[in-house]
Unconditional design. Structure first.
Length: 102
């Protein structure tokens, strides 16, 4: 969840709901908005839709091939402050989860 510290939510049982909206504005530039809600618990019976923690993020994207390749986002909404996030799609660097065919 964007506005919380990394690895903040750890437990054997987790519920995460993520909504993501990304739209092209002009040429390769785009706009993105995300909302996260989640909860962790030690037992499965404690997981439910009440008292979910939440976080929101918005930012800009640079698109390549019709998909967002680079994004810069600002996250807020949680009780632990705000964060700025930068993401670069590794396929631009030649990295891939597929093995090489050569």
């Amino acid at each position: 969840m964007g506005s919380y510290q990394d690895y903040r939510f750890r437990a054997p049982n987790i519920l995460l709901l993520r909504e993501n909206f990304e739209h092209s504005i002009w040429g390769p530039l785009g706009f993105v908005f995300m909302a996260d809600q989640g909860k962790v618990a030690l037992t499965r019976g404690d997981i439910g839709f009440s008292h979910l923690k939440h976080s929101f993020a918005t930012g800009i994207t640079i698109r390549a091939g019709g998909l967002p390749a680079v994004s810069l986002m600002y996250a807020w909404g949680g009780t632990e402050g705000q964060h700025t996030m930068f993401n670069l799609n590794t396929s631009l660097l030649g990295g891939s989860s597929r093995p090489s065919l050569y």
